[in-house]
Structures are given as C-alpha cells and as structure tokens.
Design a protein around this ligand. Structure first.
Ligand code: PLP
Length: 379
C-alpha cells in the first residue's frame, strides 16, 4: 500500500467490540480475565488496546515489524539507551536535540555510558570515533537546528563491516517523519520519534514511539517498556492516532510552504544565511534529493543583525508564535541559543545566538511570508 493509505489505515481495524471505526480510548487500568492467564489484556501498563493500535500504526508507517509507544520522545530514547551497559560507548551527531545531549551527558554518563559527538555527514569521522565498546550510533537527519544531513544507507553499510556485536544504527526520525524517510528501509536498526511533533501534529500531546524489525531487540525493549513503565495513557495514544491519519496531507503542505519560505528568505537583505535541505545552496542538497521525499517543514536562518536582531525578529512576528517545539499545524518561531538549545550552551554543541528557527505550519504561505517580512524589516 502507498504511504497515504497507510497513514489512514495502517495497522488499524474497526474495533472488535462494537465496530467503532476510530480506535476507542480504553480508559481502564485493568481488564477482566475469564480464566487465569488466558486474557488478551490484563494490566494497562503492560498493554492497552488504544496503545496497541498506535504501535501498529507506527510500525506500518515505518515499514517495521514492531512498534512501541512511550509517554514522551525522551522516554522512548531512554528505553533505547537502557540497551547499553556500564563501560559501553555511543557515537552521536554533533548537533543532536538538546534533551538527547542532556540525557547522554547528565544521566547516562553517571551510569558509565560515554558518548562521542561527531559530524555525522563525515563517514571517516564516524569510523574514527568507533571503539571496541561502541554499541550505538545515534543519528538525527536532518539535525536540529542546523538541518545537517547524514547518509543513513552509507552509515548502515559502514556498520555492516564492523566486528560483532556490531553497533546498532539508531535514527531519531522526528524532524523528517516517516512521510519523508523510512530509515529502517535504508538499513537502520531502530527508529525513534518524538510523536509530540509531526506525528501528533496538533501541539496537543506529548508522546514517543519506537519502530524496529529485530524480534530479539523488540522483546528486550518491550520488556523495558513494561518494567520501567514510562507508558502513554490511552487518550494520548488516541490523539497521536488521529494526528497520523492526516500526516501525509500536513507534511505535503509543510514541505511546499517551507521550500517557498526558505527560497524567499535567501534573497532577503536582513538574512545572512538560510539552512534548508531543499535549497540548492544547502551543502548536502544532493543527498537530500536522494534520501528524502520532500525536505520538511523546518528552516533555520542567521539574522544579519546578530543576536539582538534574532531576538527582535522572534518577538515581533504575529502569525508565527514564539514557542519551543515544532511539527504542529501552527507556525512557530524561536531562537535556539536562548530557548530549545539552552541546555547545550557552553558545550561543543552551542548554537549561534543569531540563529532563528522556524517550524512552518499549514497556514497560507503568503500570510506567513508577509508576517516574516514585517518582522525582518524591524530587525
Ligand atoms: C522533541 C524532540 C525529542 C524529545 O521528545 P519529547 O516528546 O519532547 O520528549 C527528541 N528528539 C527530537 C529530534 C525532538 O525534536
């Protein structure tokens, strides 16, 4: 089936109880058992039908055998990191999401798990960072906020030649969404999502998802999901399921509007540089064309007037809301150095304070451009 059909129907069946077309919100903590040990569901931390439907949906969209749902993107990331043991090592993109950097450095380092940050687009740098105890390569593509790309297929190829047990290739696919790329099909082992962003799509839920093919890894992660218990409630699962049904429609609009806005920004006199994979000026534009189906809804740009100008721009838009997060139907603007990336200030991942990040929503692009124009004029 094509992606658009999977978005609406993937992993979904009318509810067996009453034929409800939309998966019901099974708001219950426990389930009646007719005979001991024979029930499909027993306790809602372990499994809940609304969550099962969401897990099947993400598996369908990522062309995966298995899906798992969590209370947040960070809970999903934490669960993957629990595959590691003290003394293990991981290699990560050098501009990973701030919260991911924080959990590597301020949570897992205390448990003896070390991280090395590299330019993920540079295969020789990745190879040079591998150690005998490297168990994971943690990739974001495009990255946040600089929208740098990594070649997922080339990384998978590199890892195939490593001695066993070879490191796992994990891709945080939040920025792209499965509409744009399906990393498992390119050779990744595990995909994680902050479903809070494009999958939910309406800025009304915090949720995390994992998709993968390997049965043994799935069994271990499913064990951790239940043993640790960072599971989402059924209402949250319902909201993500509803969001997914229009993912293809929203993403097509996000991509078209962002390309238009990025092109317009590039010729604006108050803008020093635009970062968007869909622009021919992007250093990895060729890779973007090969790897991505559309270039996404995220844009970053440097204000010519520096840090002060960046703040003024972000505080003077009317349609773009000044807020963290991304991937919703409404357009958002922020200054990463002072907001989303504050936790990496003074680290090697620190972001230029003149950088402005846009999450382009699904409003009319002409209205969005007019709003940015009036904000840039005042900068
Ligand atoms: C938001 C985000 C996360 C964390 O997800 P939460 O749902 O906020 O816990 C992880 N990775 C990326 C790329 C994100 O944008």
């Amino acid at each position: 089936m094509h992606f658009d059909t999977l978005a609406v129907h993937g992993g979904q069946e009318p509810d067996p109880a009453f034929g409800a077309v939309m998966t019901p919100i099974y708001q219950t903590s426990t389930f009646a058992q007719h005979r001991i040990g024979e029930a499909k569901y027993d306790y809602a931390r372990t499994a809940n039908p609304t969550r099962t439907a969401l897990q099947r949906a993400i598996a369908a969209l990522e062309h995966a055998k298995h899906g798992l749902a969590f209370a947040s993107g960070m809970a999903a990331i934490d669960t993957v990191l629990r595959l590691l043991k003290p003394g293990d090592h991981l290699v990560a993109s050098n501009d990973v999401y701030g919260g991911t950097y924080r959990i590597f450095k301020r949570v897992y380092e205390d448990y003896g798990v070390r991280a090395t940050f590299v330019e993920m687009g540079d295969l020789s740098a990745v190879r040079a960072a591998l150690e005998p105890r490297t168990r994971l390569i943690w990739v974001e593509t495009p990255t946040n906020p600089l929208l740098k790309l990594a070649d997922i297929a080339a990384l998978a190829e590199l890892l195939r030649s490593q001695p066993l047990p070879r490191p796992l290739l994990v891709v945080d696919n939040t920025f792209a969404s499965p509409f744009i790329q399906q990393p498992l099909r390119l050779g990744a082992d595990i995909v994680v999502h902050s479903a809070t962003k494009y999958l939910g799509g309406h800025s009304d839920v915090v949720n995390g998802l994992i998709a993968l093919n390997d049965d043994e890894l799935h069994a271990r992660l499913k064990f951790l999901q239940n043993a640790v218990g960072a599971v989402p409630g059924p209402l949250d699962c319902f909201l993500v399921l509803r969001g997914i049904k229009t993912l293809h429609l929203r993403m097509a609009r996000h991509c078209a509007s962002a390309l238009r806005i990025a092109t317009w920004l590039e010729s604006h006199p108050a803008v020093a540089r635009v970062y968007y994979p869909g622009l021919p000026s992007h250093p990895q534009h060729e890779l973007a064309r090969r790897q991505m189906h559309g270039f996404g809804g995220m844009i970053a740009f440097l204000a010519k007037g520096g840090a002060e100008a960046a703040r003024r721009i972000a505080e003077s838009t009317r349609l773009f809301t000044l807020a963290e997060s991304l991937g919703g139907v409404e357009s958002l603007i922020e200054v990463p150095a002072a907001m989303t990336h504050l936790s990496v200030a003074q680290s090697p991942l620190a972001v230029d304070p003149a950088l402005v990040r846009l999450s382009v929503g699904v409003e009319d692009p002409e209205d969005l451009i007019a709003d940015l124009d009036q904000a840039l004029r005042g900068s």
